[in-house]
Design a protein around this ligand. Structure first.
Ligand SMILES: Nc1ncnc2c1ncn2[C@@H]1O[C@H](COP(=O)(O)OP(=O)(O)O)[C@@H](O)[C@H]1O
Ligand SMILES: C[C@@](O)(CCOP(=O)(O)O)CC(=O)O
Ligand SMILES: [Mg+2]
Length: 328
């Protein structure tokens, strides 16, 4: 049995625009997915997902959709939950040249699903590392990131950037622009997260931005303007200038909102954070519902969010220095 964990992330800047080659700066946080993998005697894949928002369930099947047994959750939920694990295992079979190998996979995660904190990337990164090690292969972080990116790219119908997966594999703050992925220095940021209890459909939201961008020149300009914000944000990060970072996060949120990926509850939480004198606040990840990220060294934003209707959970998040971790 091999067990690995990998962190979730917040986007300080640049989600969505990163899909079109603009830079983005995500930052790993200490909320992790842990994935245990044990080789089976046969070639089946059995997944046990113990998750807060999906009631824990177990699926066992031989690899083809027809072979899936009846379980007490809807087929769409199973497909949604299985897609990433399935493809991650396919990547491991490919990289290790072990086409016929089967696994028991157990997933535990502190990262809410579909909420913009990169649960999919964390699960995929941890699964790839653990499954490869179970077969006696130790992959470098770059290789794990590459295979995890291919997984997200496949599952999200060709619409994925390298940002989430690289960040989860390497930890810390990173900068991603197209295929260029690198770690960057970041000061200790006072990150506060508000979670509305909901989720967004990453594929649909990305497709919505793609359509807007194709239809309107000003939507394409908006995507480019987000790239400009990210470049200024990198300077503010290097200077440790929290006020400027906050202003730029506010601007970034406005442009994401213009691109149609915010929601009433995300906007409400963003305004609650601003009213509490956070340096700045924005949605994180694909949007549509899920989480906002704010910067505030005082307890004010967390307290204000916890009293904000529509905010289900407010918590502080530490930057995760480590990416993928080998636990067993
Ligand atoms: N704990 C988990 N167990 C099984 N699958 C998970 C788990 N967490 C995330 N996933 C997979 O990731 C998907 C959510 O990813 P996504 O829509 O990209 O949102 P995000 O990455 O922001 O959380 C889920 O539908 C599921 O397939
Ligand atoms: C919208 C996007 O930029 C980020 C999605 O992040 P998340 O899966 O919602 O955490 C898509 C991508 O970069 O693949
Ligand atoms: Mg994701």
């Amino acid at each position: 049995m091999a067990v690995s964990s990998a962190p979730g992330k917040v986007y300080l800047f640049g989600e969505h625009a990163v899909v079109y080659g603009e830079p983005a700066v995500p930052c790993a946080i200490e909320r992790r997915a842990r994935v245990g993998v044990e080789q089976r005697a046969d070639s089946k894949l059995r997944v046990h997902a113990e998750d807060l928002s999906l009631d824990g369930f177990t699926v066992e099947y031989g690899g083809s959709t027809d072979d899936r047994p009846d379980v007490d959750v809807s087929e769409s939920l199973i497909s949604a939950a299985m897609g990433y694990v399935d493809e991650a295992i396919a990547q491991v079979r490919d990289v290790t040249d072990e086409d016929e190998v089967g696994f028991d996979v157990t997933i535990e995660s502190d990262i809410p699903l579909g909420a913009g904190l990169g649960s999919s990337a964390a699960v995929v990164v941890a699964a790839i590392d653990a499954a490869a090690r179970e077969l006696g292969v130790s992959l470098e972080a770059d290789e794990i990131a590459e295979r995890a990116y291919r997984t997200e790219h496949e599952v999200q119908d060709g619409q994925a950037s390298r940002a989430d997966t690289f960040c989860s594999a390497t930890g810390g703050a990173v900068r991603v622009e197209g295929d260029d992925c690198r770690s960057i220095e970041a000061p200790d940021l006072p990150i506060v997260i508000g979670f509305d209890g909901g989720a967004g459909d990453t594929g649909q939201l990305v497709a919505g931005v793609r359509d807007l961008r194709e239809e309107y020149g000003f939507a394409a300009d908006t995507v480019e303007a987000i790239g400009d914000i990210v470049r200024r944000g990198e300077e503010a990060l290097a200077d440790g200038d929290l006020e400027e970072l906050g202003r730029l996060m506010n601007f970034n949120h406005g442009l994401l909102s213009a691109l149609g990926v915010s929601s009433r509850s995300l906007d409400t939480m963003v305004w609650a954070a601003r009213d509490a004198d956070a340096y700045g606040a924005k949605l994180t990840g694909a949007g549509g519902g899920g989480c906002i990220v704010a910067l505030d060294p005082t307890p004010e934003t967390e307290t204000a969010l916890s009293f904000t209707p529509g905010c289900e959970d407010a918590f502080r998040a530490e930057l995760a220095e480590a990416g993928v971790k080998r636990l067993e």
